[in-house]
Design a protein around this ligand. Structure first.
Ligand code: T3D
Length: 262
Protein backbone atom coordinates (compact mmCIF):
# COMPACT_ATOMS: atom_id res chain seq x y z
CA UNK A 1 0.00 0.00 0.00
CA UNK A 2 3.00 2.29 0.44
CA UNK A 3 4.03 3.91 -2.84
CA UNK A 4 6.99 6.22 -2.28
CA UNK A 5 8.47 4.61 0.84
CA UNK A 6 9.04 1.08 2.04
CA UNK A 7 7.83 0.40 5.55
CA UNK A 8 8.83 -2.54 7.64
CA UNK A 9 8.03 -3.36 11.27
CA UNK A 10 9.82 -6.14 13.13
CA UNK A 11 10.60 -6.75 16.82
CA UNK A 12 8.93 -3.42 17.64
CA UNK A 13 11.33 -1.54 15.36
CA UNK A 14 9.98 0.36 12.38
CA UNK A 15 12.03 1.11 9.33
CA UNK A 16 10.99 3.79 6.85
CA UNK A 17 13.00 3.64 3.63
CA UNK A 18 12.43 6.59 1.30
CA UNK A 19 12.05 5.00 -2.07
CA UNK A 20 12.18 7.29 -5.10
CA UNK A 21 15.84 6.85 -5.96
CA UNK A 22 15.54 8.41 -9.44
CA UNK A 23 14.83 11.80 -7.90
CA UNK A 24 17.14 11.24 -4.92
CA UNK A 25 14.06 10.44 -2.82
CA UNK A 26 12.69 13.98 -2.92
CA UNK A 27 9.46 14.50 -0.97
CA UNK A 28 6.21 14.21 -2.91
CA UNK A 29 2.77 14.59 -1.40
CA UNK A 30 2.41 10.82 -1.79
CA UNK A 31 5.61 10.25 0.17
CA UNK A 32 4.32 12.51 2.93
CA UNK A 33 1.05 10.53 3.05
CA UNK A 34 3.01 7.26 3.20
CA UNK A 35 5.11 8.54 6.09
CA UNK A 36 2.03 9.81 7.91
CA UNK A 37 0.48 6.33 7.65
CA UNK A 38 3.66 4.64 8.90
CA UNK A 39 3.89 7.05 11.84
CA UNK A 40 0.22 6.54 12.72
CA UNK A 41 0.79 2.79 12.72
CA UNK A 42 3.80 3.09 15.04
CA UNK A 43 2.09 5.60 17.33
CA UNK A 44 -0.72 3.07 17.83
CA UNK A 45 1.63 0.22 18.89
CA UNK A 46 2.38 -0.52 22.50
CA UNK A 47 5.36 -2.71 21.56
CA UNK A 48 7.21 0.07 19.70
CA UNK A 49 10.93 0.17 20.50
CA UNK A 50 12.51 2.31 17.82
CA UNK A 51 12.41 3.77 14.34
CA UNK A 52 15.11 3.82 11.68
CA UNK A 53 14.85 6.14 8.68
CA UNK A 54 16.97 5.58 5.60
CA UNK A 55 16.60 5.57 1.82
CA UNK A 56 17.35 3.67 -1.36
CA UNK A 57 19.85 4.51 -4.11
CA UNK A 58 22.68 7.03 -4.07
CA UNK A 59 20.82 9.80 -2.25
CA UNK A 60 19.07 10.12 1.09
CA UNK A 61 16.61 12.88 0.23
CA UNK A 62 16.83 15.98 -1.99
CA UNK A 63 14.08 17.84 -0.09
CA UNK A 64 10.84 18.96 -1.64
CA UNK A 65 10.16 17.44 -5.06
CA UNK A 66 10.50 20.54 -7.18
CA UNK A 67 8.46 19.05 -10.01
CA UNK A 68 5.47 19.55 -7.68
CA UNK A 69 6.33 23.26 -7.53
CA UNK A 70 6.32 24.15 -11.23
CA UNK A 71 6.03 27.92 -11.80
CA UNK A 72 2.41 29.07 -11.90
CA UNK A 73 0.96 31.20 -14.72
CA UNK A 74 1.60 34.96 -14.39
CA UNK A 75 -0.57 36.57 -11.75
CA UNK A 76 -0.89 33.40 -9.65
CA UNK A 77 1.18 32.88 -6.52
CA UNK A 78 1.87 29.74 -4.51
CA UNK A 79 1.50 29.67 -0.72
CA UNK A 80 4.61 27.75 0.37
CA UNK A 81 3.41 27.88 3.97
CA UNK A 82 0.78 25.26 3.23
CA UNK A 83 3.24 22.45 2.50
CA UNK A 84 5.21 23.33 5.60
CA UNK A 85 2.14 23.45 7.84
CA UNK A 86 0.53 20.30 6.48
CA UNK A 87 3.57 18.13 5.90
CA UNK A 88 6.99 19.12 7.19
CA UNK A 89 5.99 20.66 10.52
CA UNK A 90 3.86 17.68 11.63
CA UNK A 91 6.51 15.26 10.38
CA UNK A 92 9.32 16.87 12.38
CA UNK A 93 7.17 17.19 15.50
CA UNK A 94 5.90 13.62 15.29
CA UNK A 95 9.44 12.28 15.01
CA UNK A 96 10.42 14.30 18.06
CA UNK A 97 7.35 13.15 20.00
CA UNK A 98 7.72 9.45 19.22
CA UNK A 99 8.48 7.84 22.60
CA UNK A 100 11.38 5.79 21.22
CA UNK A 101 14.71 6.64 19.59
CA UNK A 102 14.49 7.71 15.96
CA UNK A 103 17.73 6.91 14.16
CA UNK A 104 18.56 8.31 10.75
CA UNK A 105 20.98 6.50 8.47
CA UNK A 106 21.91 9.01 5.79
CA UNK A 107 22.96 6.86 2.86
CA UNK A 108 23.80 9.70 0.43
CA UNK A 109 23.18 13.36 -0.22
CA UNK A 110 20.66 15.06 2.11
CA UNK A 111 19.54 18.42 0.72
CA UNK A 112 16.93 21.04 1.62
CA UNK A 113 14.17 19.63 3.78
CA UNK A 114 15.85 16.24 3.36
CA UNK A 115 18.71 17.48 5.54
CA UNK A 116 16.28 19.03 8.03
CA UNK A 117 14.29 15.82 8.40
CA UNK A 118 17.50 13.85 8.94
CA UNK A 119 18.50 16.27 11.70
CA UNK A 120 15.04 16.07 13.26
CA UNK A 121 15.86 12.47 14.11
CA UNK A 122 17.29 11.80 17.55
CA UNK A 123 20.59 10.47 16.30
CA UNK A 124 22.13 10.60 12.86
CA UNK A 125 24.64 8.34 11.13
CA UNK A 126 25.90 9.09 7.62
CA UNK A 127 28.02 7.15 5.18
CA UNK A 128 31.32 8.75 4.25
CA UNK A 129 30.15 9.68 0.73
CA UNK A 130 27.07 11.50 2.03
CA UNK A 131 26.81 15.27 2.29
CA UNK A 132 24.43 17.78 3.79
CA UNK A 133 23.36 20.72 1.64
CA UNK A 134 21.32 23.68 2.80
CA UNK A 135 20.16 24.01 -0.81
CA UNK A 136 17.37 26.48 -0.08
CA UNK A 137 19.17 29.72 -0.96
CA UNK A 138 19.78 28.39 -4.48
CA UNK A 139 16.05 28.61 -5.09
CA UNK A 140 15.50 31.80 -3.12
CA UNK A 141 14.26 30.22 0.12
CA UNK A 142 15.41 29.96 3.73
CA UNK A 143 16.10 26.65 5.50
CA UNK A 144 12.81 25.19 6.72
CA UNK A 145 11.41 22.05 8.34
CA UNK A 146 13.36 23.05 11.46
CA UNK A 147 16.59 23.83 9.59
CA UNK A 148 17.07 27.18 11.33
CA UNK A 149 16.46 25.50 14.70
CA UNK A 150 18.70 22.44 14.39
CA UNK A 151 21.83 23.90 12.80
CA UNK A 152 22.59 26.77 15.21
CA UNK A 153 22.07 24.50 18.21
CA UNK A 154 24.26 21.77 16.79
CA UNK A 155 27.06 23.67 15.06
CA UNK A 156 26.78 27.36 16.03
CA UNK A 157 25.81 30.52 14.22
CA UNK A 158 28.72 30.95 11.78
CA UNK A 159 28.61 27.42 10.40
CA UNK A 160 24.83 27.61 10.14
CA UNK A 161 25.05 30.91 8.30
CA UNK A 162 27.78 29.73 5.95
CA UNK A 163 26.01 26.49 5.09
CA UNK A 164 22.69 28.26 4.53
CA UNK A 165 23.84 31.42 2.75
CA UNK A 166 26.28 29.71 0.38
CA UNK A 167 24.58 26.30 0.11
CA UNK A 168 28.01 24.69 0.23
CA UNK A 169 27.92 20.94 0.79
CA UNK A 170 29.06 19.76 4.21
CA UNK A 171 30.68 16.34 3.98
CA UNK A 172 29.67 13.57 6.36
CA UNK A 173 33.17 13.64 7.87
CA UNK A 174 32.91 17.41 8.44
CA UNK A 175 29.38 16.96 9.82
CA UNK A 176 30.73 14.50 12.38
CA UNK A 177 33.58 16.84 13.33
CA UNK A 178 31.13 19.72 13.76
CA UNK A 179 28.69 17.66 15.84
CA UNK A 180 25.93 17.87 13.24
CA UNK A 181 25.75 14.07 13.24
CA UNK A 182 26.82 11.33 15.63
CA UNK A 183 28.92 9.10 13.36
CA UNK A 184 30.29 9.04 9.84
CA UNK A 185 30.69 5.40 8.78
CA UNK A 186 32.33 3.65 5.80
CA UNK A 187 29.88 3.21 2.92
CA UNK A 188 30.54 -0.53 2.95
CA UNK A 189 29.24 -0.76 6.54
CA UNK A 190 25.78 0.60 5.76
CA UNK A 191 23.84 -2.69 5.85
CA UNK A 192 25.69 -4.19 8.80
CA UNK A 193 25.23 -0.96 10.76
CA UNK A 194 21.50 -0.92 9.99
CA UNK A 195 21.22 -4.50 11.26
CA UNK A 196 23.17 -3.64 14.41
CA UNK A 197 20.98 -0.60 15.06
CA UNK A 198 17.88 -2.76 14.69
CA UNK A 199 19.28 -5.15 17.32
CA UNK A 200 20.18 -2.31 19.67
CA UNK A 201 16.73 -0.74 19.46
CA UNK A 202 14.83 -4.04 19.64
CA UNK A 203 16.71 -5.07 22.80
CA UNK A 204 17.24 -1.72 24.45
CA UNK A 205 15.80 -0.22 27.65
CA UNK A 206 13.06 1.55 25.67
CA UNK A 207 11.64 3.55 28.56
CA UNK A 208 15.06 4.80 29.57
CA UNK A 209 15.69 5.77 25.95
CA UNK A 210 12.37 7.64 25.86
CA UNK A 211 13.13 9.49 29.08
CA UNK A 212 16.62 10.37 27.83
CA UNK A 213 15.16 11.80 24.65
CA UNK A 214 12.55 13.81 26.54
CA UNK A 215 15.12 15.20 28.98
CA UNK A 216 17.68 16.16 26.37
CA UNK A 217 15.11 18.07 24.31
CA UNK A 218 13.60 19.69 27.42
CA UNK A 219 17.05 21.08 28.27
CA UNK A 220 16.64 23.53 25.37
CA UNK A 221 14.25 25.59 27.42
CA UNK A 222 15.13 24.69 31.04
CA UNK A 223 17.31 26.25 33.70
CA UNK A 224 19.73 23.88 35.46
CA UNK A 225 17.38 23.74 38.45
CA UNK A 226 14.33 22.93 36.32
CA UNK A 227 16.30 20.37 34.35
CA UNK A 228 17.48 18.54 37.46
CA UNK A 229 13.91 18.51 38.79
CA UNK A 230 12.82 16.97 35.50
CA UNK A 231 15.62 14.38 35.62
CA UNK A 232 14.54 13.46 39.14
CA UNK A 233 10.92 13.03 38.08
CA UNK A 234 11.89 10.85 35.11
CA UNK A 235 14.46 8.82 37.09
CA UNK A 236 11.86 8.16 39.77
CA UNK A 237 9.56 6.72 37.10
CA UNK A 238 12.39 4.63 35.60
CA UNK A 239 13.20 3.26 39.04
CA UNK A 240 9.84 1.44 38.98
CA UNK A 241 10.39 -0.23 35.58
CA UNK A 242 11.10 -3.90 34.86
CA UNK A 243 14.15 -2.85 32.87
CA UNK A 244 15.77 -1.12 35.84
CA UNK A 245 15.19 -4.21 37.98
CA UNK A 246 16.60 -6.43 35.22
CA UNK A 247 19.58 -4.10 34.81
CA UNK A 248 20.39 -4.36 38.50
CA UNK A 249 19.94 -8.14 38.63
CA UNK A 250 22.04 -8.62 35.48
CA UNK A 251 24.77 -6.42 36.93
CA UNK A 252 24.84 -8.54 40.07
CA UNK A 253 24.95 -11.73 38.02
CA UNK A 254 27.68 -10.35 35.74
CA UNK A 255 25.66 -10.97 32.56
CA UNK A 256 24.09 -8.88 29.79
CA UNK A 257 20.65 -7.54 30.73
CA UNK A 258 17.61 -8.83 28.86
CA UNK A 259 15.50 -5.71 28.58
CA UNK A 260 11.85 -6.00 27.64
CA UNK A 261 11.19 -2.29 27.14
CA UNK A 262 8.77 -2.28 30.09
O1 T3D B 1 7.85 23.97 -1.53
C1 T3D B 1 7.58 23.89 -0.34
O2 T3D B 1 6.65 23.19 0.11
C2 T3D B 1 8.47 24.58 0.63
C3 T3D B 1 9.39 23.59 1.24
C4 T3D B 1 10.61 23.44 0.73
C5 T3D B 1 11.52 22.40 1.26
C6 T3D B 1 12.70 22.16 0.38
O3 T3D B 1 13.26 21.11 0.52
S1 T3D B 1 13.21 23.34 -0.72
C7 T3D B 1 14.73 22.65 -1.39
C8 T3D B 1 14.43 21.64 -2.46
N1 T3D B 1 15.61 20.89 -2.84
C9 T3D B 1 16.56 21.39 -3.60
O4 T3D B 1 16.57 22.53 -3.99
C10 T3D B 1 17.67 20.43 -4.01
C11 T3D B 1 17.60 20.15 -5.48
N2 T3D B 1 18.57 19.15 -5.88
C12 T3D B 1 19.87 19.44 -5.99
O5 T3D B 1 20.34 20.54 -5.76
C13 T3D B 1 20.76 18.33 -6.48
O6 T3D B 1 19.95 17.35 -7.07
C14 T3D B 1 21.60 17.69 -5.37
C15 T3D B 1 22.69 18.69 -4.94
C16 T3D B 1 20.76 17.28 -4.18
C17 T3D B 1 22.31 16.43 -5.93
O7 T3D B 1 22.98 16.75 -7.10
P1 T3D B 1 23.49 15.59 -8.09
O8 T3D B 1 24.30 16.27 -9.15
O9 T3D B 1 24.14 14.52 -7.29
O10 T3D B 1 22.17 14.93 -8.71
P2 T3D B 1 21.21 15.55 -9.82
O11 T3D B 1 21.66 15.14 -11.15
O12 T3D B 1 21.00 16.99 -9.58
O13 T3D B 1 19.81 14.81 -9.45
C18 T3D B 1 19.54 13.48 -9.86
C19 T3D B 1 18.12 13.45 -10.36
O14 T3D B 1 17.25 13.79 -9.26
C20 T3D B 1 17.86 14.49 -11.44
O15 T3D B 1 16.88 13.99 -12.30
P3 T3D B 1 17.30 13.52 -13.79
O16 T3D B 1 17.99 14.68 -14.45
O17 T3D B 1 18.23 12.34 -13.58
O18 T3D B 1 16.00 13.14 -14.44
C21 T3D B 1 17.26 15.64 -10.65
O19 T3D B 1 16.43 16.48 -11.42
C22 T3D B 1 16.45 14.90 -9.62
N3 T3D B 1 16.23 15.72 -8.43
C23 T3D B 1 17.15 16.11 -7.54
N4 T3D B 1 16.59 16.86 -6.60
C24 T3D B 1 15.29 16.94 -6.91
C25 T3D B 1 15.05 16.23 -8.08
N5 T3D B 1 13.85 16.15 -8.63
C26 T3D B 1 12.83 16.81 -8.01
N6 T3D B 1 12.99 17.51 -6.88
C27 T3D B 1 14.20 17.61 -6.30
N7 T3D B 1 14.33 18.28 -5.14
Amino acid sequence: EYQHVKFDYQDGVGRITLNRPDTLNSFTQVMHEDIKAALSFMESRDDLRGLIITATGRGFCAGQDLSERKPLPPGQKRDLGLGLENNYRPLVLRLRALPVPVVCMVNGVAAGAGASVALACDIVFAVESAKFIQAFSKIGLLPDAGGTHFWPRMVGTQRSMGAALFAEPVSARQAEEWGLIWRCIPDADLESRLAALHETLANGPTRAYAATKQAIYASDANTLEAQMDYETQLQRELGYTDDYLEGMVAFGEKRKPRFTGR
